[in-house]
Design a binder for this molecule. Structure first.
Ligand code: SF4
Ligand code: SF4
Length: 505
């Protein structure tokens, strides 16, 4: 784990806790209150009231790269439900019908083992990724960050202007201009939330069903319309009001990071060795004079704080609220360029990278996680490639006698077969007894399972009485498509227990 940032920052030349100036290098630097940033949220005042964050408009190379990546991700996100592979959507999680489609492949509840391994894989991947690269996911690809910073925030800048203009608008008395700006912004936010809510709905029920809800008379889809409204309000609440608090209070990933990060994890970090002691740059001050006065490269301009969408000061060290959005890197790089210093005072680095100039190291923990990940990937691929096109469950019919005696003297057992067709085409199937002479009949004679459907049929198995010794017989039933055996099922055939042999005289 990364040690508490405040202890890391108490270097001989840095200001000390409690706001008392240090005497490092014989120079008294600016007094900074280091002690209490962990005791309260940057987004709440001492009384616990919300402090609205007005981050300055970010710009710079990282922001530029993130903006382009966001365009790609948003395109995939909004187009996802409408992209078809073999007639199936790219991704669909229909919890109601228990039908799941990933990359055009239909998964059923019968595929639960694959799902379970996929979830473990996902979690292990997150652990490894976070251990090595910190919260790269949060800053670059998380839908919350992408939508908040690259869509809603940009619309806000467009309508209300940069941070100082937004602040001024908040403080200004209500006027036609303020009503127009604030009202217009909320309307756009609501419209966008409607689009996002519908996209989520399309991922759940499928785009065809969503279009039906929109185009049919409202009375036909009251449940669907209710969810549409609920999702719209949910996203409006998150992006218009709740904002960065979703990352700080709700998202469990942010909470995990303190357990997952170590001193070799790459995070957005302030190079305190280079930056402290901080202090404003005076016009007449030469770099040599600044150095000899024990001052570092940080000119204490607060630009890194003013762009932060979570309202924190990265110079306090790695914090739970930091979503690694890189805005402070860009802001500081601009300042460093202006004052003629090398960029990278705030940069992607590990604690050891800053303290000991170490590169990313492969730690035993990382090796351990990687082994687990590799094992899970192998298991996942095995399950995926051995996944059956047709999956059958054969169970004894409920509420029936254990066996029947047929008029020709044979014994019969009745079963229920549930067959799932996971492919995109209809599959005719037949059953065959593999290890006993006898007959197996599907009630209704022939059986074709429609594409991506589950069918339930009654199956009657008849055996000669002599085949059922001791009251039961283990059976193997093959499920065939033409000559190709799709599955081999095992079941038990029940018959009468033989009467004990009469004692010998
Ligand atoms: S500290 Fe920097 S990287 Fe972290 S959230 Fe704030 S601006 Fe983004
Ligand atoms: S932007 Fe850079 S120089 Fe300015 S306060 Fe932040 S770390 Fe210091």
């Amino acid at each position: 784990m990364i040690p508490p940032a405040d202890t890391e920052m108490k270097k001989p030349t840095a200001p000390t806790a409690g706001g008392k100036p240090s005497k490092g290098a014989g120079t008294v630097l600016k007094t900074v209150d280091w002690g209490d940033f962990r005791d309260h949220l940057a987004t709440a005042d001492r009384d616990g009231h919300r402090k609205w964050i007005y981050p300055r408009k970010p710009k710079g190379r990282f922001h530029h790269a993130r903006a382009w990546l966001s365009v790609v991700l948003l395109t995939i996100m909004f187009a996802g439900p409408f992209i078809r592979i073999d007639g199936n959507p790219l991704l669909m999680m229909n919890i109601v019908q228990r039908k799941f489609v990933i990359l055009g492949q239909v998964f059923w509840p019968q595929d639960f083992p694959i799902f379970a391994v996929a979830m473990l894989l996902f979690l292990t991947g997150i652990v490894i990724f976070t251990t090595a690269f910190g919260r790269l996911w949060c800053g670059w690809t998380c839908p919350q960050t992408v939508l908040m910073e690259m869509v809603f925030r940009k619309i806000e800048y467009l309508i209300e202007g940069d941070a100082h203009q937004q602040r001024a608008l908040t403080q200004a008395p209500w006027s036609a201009k303020k009503i127009l700006k604030r009202g217009g912004k909320q309307l756009v936010f609501l419209g966008l939330s409607f689009v996002i809510g519908n996209t989520l709905l399309a991922y759940i029920i499928g785009s065809d069903e969503l279009i039906r809800i929109i185009t049919d008379p409202p009375s036909m889809h009251l449940k669907g319309l209710t969810f549409m409204v609920l999702f719209t309000l949910l996203f409006y609440g998150i992006f218009a009001r709740f904002r960065e608090q979703a990352c700080t209070f709700i998202c469990p990933y942010g909470r995990f990071q303190s357990a997952l990060l170590d001193e070799n994890s790459i995070v957005v970090a302030y190079d305190h060795k280079r930056g402290e002691g901080r202090g404003p740059l005076r016009r007449s001050e030469t770099p040599a004079a600044r150095k000899s006065a024990g001052q570092g490269d940080c000119v204490d301009c607060h630009q890194c704080v003013s762009v932060c969408p979570t309202g924190i000061d990265i110079r306090d060290g790695t914090q739970m609220e930091c979503v690694n959005c890189t805005a402070c890197i860009d802001a500081c790089d601009t300042v460093m360029t202006k004052v003629g210093k090398p960029v990278g005072l705030i940069r992607y680095a590990s604690l050891n990278g800053i303290e000991r100039s170490e590169k990313l190291r492969v730690t035993p923990r990382l090796v351990g996680y990687s082994v687990v990940l590799l094992a899970l990937i192998s298991l996942f691929l095995y399950l995926l490639f051995t996944r059956l096109d047709v999956q059958t469950t054969l169970l004894r019919a409920r509420g029936n006698t254990l066996f029947q005696e047929m008029p020709d003297g044979r014994l019969a057992n009745l079963f229920t077969a549930k067959l799932v067709n996971k492919t995109h085409h209809d599959i005719p199937v037949t059953f065959k007894l593999e290890n006993a002479p006898g007959t197996i009949k599907v009630m209704g004679n022939s059986l074709t399972i429609p594409a991506e459907k589950l069918v339930e049929v009654m199956v009657l198995i008849e055996l000669e009485r002599a085949e059922v010794q001791g009251g039961q017989r283990q059976l193997q039933v093959g499920v065939y498509h033409g000559d190709r055996r799709l599955e081999l099922l095992k079941t038990v055939f029940i018959g009468p227990r033989m009467a004990p042999a009469a004692p010998q005289p």
